[in-house]
Design a protein around this ligand. Structure first.
Ligand code: KIV
Length: 291
């Protein structure tokens, strides 16, 4: 009998040529990378085909971000994204990865309203994302979230924090702007980052934080790997929203983004160029992409 999945006409699955072999990315491998000074390259992904191409391009981690509210659903912010939406996109990404080599570490974003009510609600929501195929969940903010992070980690759920510009609270922050510019804000960021590491978070997105502060926080967190976006090149890794780095938008490119499609022959080449630039430390360039 013919295996119809081997002849799927739409998308890019399965790979036409053998992919370079790669050991699956796991938490111990991420720790090893950090120890030998290898930067972690992360992108967002929302569907099967782009996830598979990112895996083939050598991306280490894929974040199924609630930025899908903007780039996939056309919303003005991430606030309207539901847990059901996140599970749907996580399942799609993971199916795509399984059909290629499936070596990427997958992070599922807990959307607004899915973890704020109680630690028990956070466990239920995190379990739904893990059952959809995520290896780790991400939640935004410091302060009260620290005890939620501890509760999740104690129950075997790897957690990524998110400090600086936290898009789910954009209305409280008053807009998409750089965070941690004054002493009080910077002190609060340092305290929150240390508390998240103590609670067991093993990864921490730092979004739109001044480069010097992000580098200083990174040095203070040996067990929690900082992933910068708009936070300079001193973090343990980088993340960009996939559509931004492929130049798929009609607006102005944000200051912290480079369009890797420029000069690339394919999306896979653009993603591979991103991975190479992150690993070499040539992206981001603090003089151009940071504050
Ligand atoms: O939702 C998302 O894509 C994110 C990244 C911008 C870090 O949180």
């Amino acid at each position: 009998m013919t295996d119809i999945t081997a002849h799927t006409p739409y998308g890019t699955l399965p790979a036409a040529a053998p992919l370079p072999p790669r050991r699956p990315i796991s938490l111990p491998r991420l720790h090893e990378m950090r120890e030998r000074g290898e930067k972690i390259a992360m992108l967002t992904a929302y569907d099967a085909t782009f996830a598979a191409v990112a895996d083939a391009a050598g991306v280490d981690c894929l974040l199924v971000g609630d930025s899908l509210g903007m780039v996939c659903q056309g919303r003005p912010s991430t606030v309207g994204v539901s847990l059901q939406d996140m599970c749907y996109h996580t399942e799609s990404v993971v199916r795509g990865l399984r059909r290629v080599q499936g070596t990427v570490w997958v992070i599922g974003d807990l959307p607004f309203g899915s973890y704020q009510e109680s630690r028990e609600q956070a466990v239920r929501s995190a379990a739904a994302l893990m059952q959809a195929g995520a290896h780790m969940v991400k939640l935004e903010g410091g302060g009260w979230t620290v005890e939620t992070v501890r509760f999740l980690v104690e129950r075997g759920i790897p957690v990524c924090g998110h400090l600086g510009l936290t898009p789910q609270t954009v209305h409280a922050l008053g807009g998409y702007r750089v965070q941690g510019r004054n002493d009080a804000q910077a002190q609060q960021l340092r305290r929150d980052a240390l508390a998240l590491q103590d609670a067991g978070a093993t990864m921490l997105v730092l979004e739109m934080v001044p480069a010097a502060l992000a580098a200083e926080i990174t040095a203070q967190l040996p067990r929690c790997h900082t992933i910068g976006i708009g936070s300079g090149n001193g973090t343990a890794g980088q993340v960009l929203v996939m559509h931004d780095m492929l130049g798929i938008h009609l607006g102005k490119t944000p200051k912290f983004v480079r369009n890797f499609m420029e000069g690339a022959a394919s999306v896979r080449d653009a993603m591979a160029a991103y991975v190479a630039a992150v690993k070499a430390g040539t992206f981001p360039d603090n003089a151009m992409h940071a504050w």
